[in-house]
Design a protein around this ligand. Structure first.
Ligand code: 0GY
Length: 301
């Protein structure tokens, strides 16, 4: 590990030497949820952040992409960089067209700022409702942002806790764009598939414009690595029912895992894919067709 670390970090470092996965992703596979952080001395972390991640620059991300057998990345802005998207945009610009991005923007973002990010490869905006990560903001603020980004064909990524979906239901279902739910809306995977909170999330998915990332076993599982077995039925259910509106990603470099207490091996995460998407066709949709349609429609198969 050569990246430097910030002094006040409460990070766990990403796995320095992940296993080479047995599962070979199909040609053109996209890691559709990952991040870049810093390096902090070049791209400072946001003063209002709730955690400080380990530095994890673009070159490490691109090396991991190649090692795991993927061709493209979708780099998602995380709260520790606030609404300064410089590190993410820098990664897109240096990716040779192999990365697209999802930004977090301030209330006063301008049309020309959105246009510049679009030019760099940003295709979505993320609204984060997880209270341990952000202070709540009024829906009105988000509505203005949606009006701006919809003109560019961007979608909205939402991140929330399962228990908060009921309260946000009317707002989420009023959104006019494609809406991508991070980490399946964070189900409690110790419960059954019939749990009311998960049932509510599945009802949300029944709306044609809602997509989901079947991601983050390392955050959601209580049974833990290497198999994260309790996570699997939930992800498999979502992939099986909504095969054309699901995405997968590593979540590298797995920020804020100190609270969970372990750092996953990215090779093991890739080896979970055939347990979640159980046929070659489902795997192709999850890893290639769906993310290409959303992020590289001009090159989609
Ligand atoms: C993730 C999950 C987390 C962090 C963030 O924006 C963020 O800081 O999304 C988390 O702590 O659950 O997707 O990276």
């Amino acid at each position: 590990m050569t990246d430097g670390f910030t002094m006040d970090a409460d990070w766990l470092a990403f796995h320095p030497n992940p296993a080479r996965p047995d599962f070979g992703p199909p040609a053109g596979a996209v890691d559709a949820h990952c991040h870049v952080f810093g390096p902090g001395d070049h791209f400072p972390y946001a003063p209002e952040r709730k955690y400080t991640p380990c530095d994890a620059g673009r070159d490490r991300l691109f090396a991991l992409r190649d090692f795991l057998g993927f061709e493209r990345n979708v780099v998602v802005q995380a709260t520790c960089h606030g609404t300064d998207n410089s590190a993410m945009v820098d990664a897109l610009i240096h990716s040779g067209g192999k990365a697209r991005g999802v930004a977090a923007v301030a209330a006063g973002v301008t049309r020309s700022e959105i246009a510049a990010m679009h030019e760099a490869g940003v295709r979505g905006v993320r609204f984060n409702y997880v209270k341990r990560l952000v202070d709540p903001k009024p829906d009105l603020l988000y509505r203005r942002i949606i009006d701006l980004v919809a003109e560019f064909g961007w979608h909205v990524v939402i991140y929330f806790e399962a228990a908060d979906l009921a309260e946000k239901w009317d707002f989420f279902t009023s959104l006019p764009t494609i809406v991508v739910v991070d980490h399946m809306g964070r189900p409690d995977v110790t419960k059954s598939l019939g749990d009311p909170d998960f049932a509510r999330f599945l009802r949300l998915m029944e709306r044609g414009n809602i997509w989901a990332k079947v991601t983050c076993p390392e955050r959601l599982s209580r049974s833990g690595p290497p198999g994260y077995d309790d996570f699997v039925p939930f992800a498999r259910e979502v992939v099986g029912r909504f095969p054309d509106r699901v995405l997968w990603g590593t979540d590298w470099p797995h920020p804020n895992m100190a609270m969970v207490g372990h750092m996953p091996d990215d090779g093991w995460l890739v080896d979970m894919i055939p347990r979640i998407a159980t046929t070659a066709e489902l795997q192709r949709k999850l890893l290639v067709d769906n993310p290409m349609r959303l992020y590289w429609p001009e090159a989609a198969p």
